[in-house]
Design a protein around this ligand. Structure first.
Ligand SMILES: [Zn+2]
Length: 495
C-alpha cells in the first residue's frame, strides 16, 4: 500500500513482532485498530490463516511467503509449524515467553532504527530448549504478564495470544520503560547447542553434513535423545526428564551429531555395550533412543538411515561370535516355517521350552538353540495336503493313528487352550510309517478288504487296525501302488 511506512524485517524476528512494530511505525500502536483500518484480519494472521497472511504481505508490499515463513502456525493440537519446520507443540510457543534483556537493551541503543520500533522478539525466544542468549551469554528472562505488563517487548511478544488479540488495547508503550541491562542481566554461557539452534533459525547450515541435512526440529529432538542415552543410559523417560538433565543432554547430543555418522556410530556402540542378548531388535540393543526414532523414521532422516545401517551389524555381530547368546522371537520362527506364532508357541510348550503363551505370542523370545530345533521340527510338519498325499487318510484317521501310538503329534493340543488349532505331525515319521506298512505287503493275491474297509466293518479305529497289521495279525497283505495307503493296502481281515 502506498504511503505505508515499513520497518526492516529482521532475519531472526517473529512475524508477530514485525507487524506490531510496523503498526507503531505508522503511528497506530494499537495493532487491532491498525489492522482494522487496512482491512486486515488480525485474528487470522495470528492463527496462521494463509489467506490472511497473504493479504498482509500484499498490503505491506512484502514478497509472497516472506511473512508466512516467519509465522508460528498451530497446525493441530500436537504440532506447530514455522516455515517448513514442524515442531512438537511443547517445544515451541506461538509467542515468545522469554527474552534477553541485553538484546532488548542493544535494540534500544540502536539509533539507526525508527524510534518506537527498535525492540523486537527473536525466534529462538519461543523455543523451550533455549535458556541463554548466544549473543550475550545472558540467561533469558521469562515474560511475566503481570509484572512486566508495561514492557514494549511483552506487548510485542504476546500479540499472537488469542486472549490478548481479543483485547482492544494493544498499545505499545515507550521503550524507555524497559529496565536497563545492568539491572537484570544474569550471566549464563550459551551452549554449543544453543548457538547451533540460533544459527539454524537464521538459515545457516554449518554444523556438519548430518545436522545440516536434518530438519531443525528433528535435530533438536535427536540431540536430546542421543544426549540422554549417553548420560542416562539405554532406558530413559524423555518427557519427564528434569530441565538440568535435558540441558546437559542437548549439548552432549549436539556434539555427537555434529560429528556425523562416526559420532552416531560411536554413541550407538556405547549403548550396544550393555546389550545382554535379550532379543536382536534395535530396540533391545539401543533402547529408548531407537524406539523413538524408529517410530517416525522419515522425520529423523538421514539419521534414521544411518541407525538402520548400524543395526544390522550390531544385531548380527553378537550372533556371529556366540550363536547361543542371541534370542529369536516366535515371530521370526513363524516366518521361517510358514506357521502362526501361536502354533509355534504350542510346539514350544509341548516340548517343554515354554510353560504358557502370553497374549503377544509373536514378541516372545527363545534361545537361538531352541529356535533352531523348533525350525527344524516345524519345517517337517505335515499339512492336510501332505497327509492325503503320503497316507491317503483323513484328519480323524490321523488322530486315531496318533492315539494308537503310531505317530507322535509334533504340535498337539495344549490343556486349557480353547484356541488350539489342528494338530500337526511329522512328515518324516509319516513317510517312514508308509514305507514300513508297504513292506508288509508280500502277497500278490487280490485280497478282500482295504485298510479303510477293515476299520469301517470291524468298528475298530484305523490306528488300532494298523497296530494289528504291524503285528502281522492279518494274512495275505497286498498293496496296490496306484492307490493311497488307506485304500491300496489290502488283507484278509480274519483275525
Ligand atoms: Zn541477547
Amino acid at each position: 500500500m502506498p504511503g505505508l511506512l515499513r520497518v526492516p524485517f529482521h532475519r531472526d524476528e517473529m512475524l508477530t513482532s514485525y507487524i506490531s512494530r510496523t503498526a507503531c511505525a505508522n503511528g497506530r500502536p494499537d495493532l487491532h485498530a491498525f489492522c482494522h483500518d487496512l482491512g486486515l484480519d488480525l485474528s487470522g494472521i495470528m492463527r496462521g490463516v494463509a489467506a490472511s497472511i497473504s493479504k498482509l504481505e500484499k498490503t505491506l508490499g512484502s514478497d509472497p511467503g516472506e511473512l508466512a515463513d516467519r509465522a508460528l502456525i498451530k497446525t493441530d493440537t500436537r504440532n506447530i509449524r514455522l516455515g517448513d519446520m514442524m515442531f512438537a507443540a511443547g517445544s515451541i510457543t506461538p509467542t515468545a515467553r522469554k527474552y534477553c534483556p541485553a538484546c532488548l537493551e542493544a535494540d534500544r541503543q540502536d539509533r539507526s532504527r525508527l524510534a518506537g520500533t527498535r525492540t523486537y522478539a527473536r525466534l529462538q525466544w519461543s523455543l523451550s530448549c533455549i535458556d541463554a542468549c548466544e549473543r550475550h551469554d545472558v540467561r533469558l528472562v521469562p515474560v511475566q504478564a503481570d509484572v512486566d505488563s508495561d514492557w514494549a517487548f511483552e506487548r510485542i511478544s504476546d500479540l499472537s495470544s488469542h486472549t490478548v488479540v481479543g483485547h482492544a488495547s494493544l498499545s505499545v508503550t515507550t521503550e524507555d520503560t524497559i529496565p536497563a541491562k545492568s539491572d537484570i542481566a544474569n550471566p549464563l554461557k550459551a551452549t554449543a547447542f544453543e548457538h547451533f539452534v540460533a544459527m539454524r533459525l537464521l538459515g545457516e547450515r554449518t554444523h556438519g553434513p548430518l545436522l545440516d541435512a536434518m530438519a531443525l526440529p528433528a535435530a533438536i529432538e535427536a540431540a536430546h535423545l542421543f544426549g540422554l542415552a549417553k548420560t542416562v543410559g539405554k532406558v530413559f523417560d524423555w518427557q519427564n526428564a528434569d530441565i538440568a538433565t535435558l540441558k546437559k543432554a542437548a549439548t552432549e547430543g549436539f556434539h555427537i551429531l555434529s560429528e556425523g555418522e562416526l559420532g552416531v556410530q560411536e554413541a550407538l556402540a556405547g549403548l550396544a555395550k550393555s546389550y545382554s542378548g535379550n532379543g536382536s531388535s534395535g530396540r533391545a540393543i539401543y533402547g529408548t533412543l531407537f524406539e523413538i526414532i524408529a517410530r517416525r523414521p522419515k522425520r529423523y532422516d538421514p539419521l534414521s538411515e544411518i541407525i538402520k545401517r548400524l543395526i544390522s551389524s550390531a544385531a548380527n555381530g553378537p550372533r556371529r561370535h556366540d550363536p547361543r547368546r542371541s534370542m529369536v522371537s516366535l515371530q521370526e520362527i513363524s516366518e521361517k516355517v510358514a506357521m502362526t506364532p501361536r502354533s509355534v508357541g504350542r510346539y514350544l510348550i509341548q516340548h517343554g521350552h515354554l510353560t504358557t503363551l502370553p497374549h503377544n505370542v509373536a514378541d516372545l523370545e527363545v534361545s537361538h538353540h531352541v529356535a533352531m530345533t523348533a525350525v527344524k521340527a516345524l519345517k517337517d510338519v505335515a499339512s492336510p495336503e501332505d497327509i492325503r498325499e503320503v497316507l491317503g487318510c483323513s484328519t480323524a484317521e490321523l488322530r486315531s493313528m496318533a492315539r494308537s501310538g503310531l505317530l507322535n503329534a509334533v504340535i498337539g493340543p495344549i490343556p486349557d487352550d480353547a484356541r488350539s488349532g489342528a494338530d500337526r505331525y511329522s512328515l518324516l515319521e509319516m513317510r517312514s510309517l508308509r514305507k514300513e506298512l508297504i513292506a508288509l505287503a508280500k502277497s500278490r493275491k487280490p485280497c478282500h478288504a482295504s485298510l479303510r474297509d477293515a476299520s469301517t466293518s470291524s468298528g475298530k479305529a484305523a490306528g488300532d487296525i494298523l497296530l494289528l497289521l504291524k503285528a502281522r495279525h492279518f494274512s495275505n497283505v497286498s498293496f496296490d501302488r496306484t492307490k493311497s495307503v488307506f485304500d491300496g493296502l489290502r488283507f484278509d481281515p480274519v483275525a
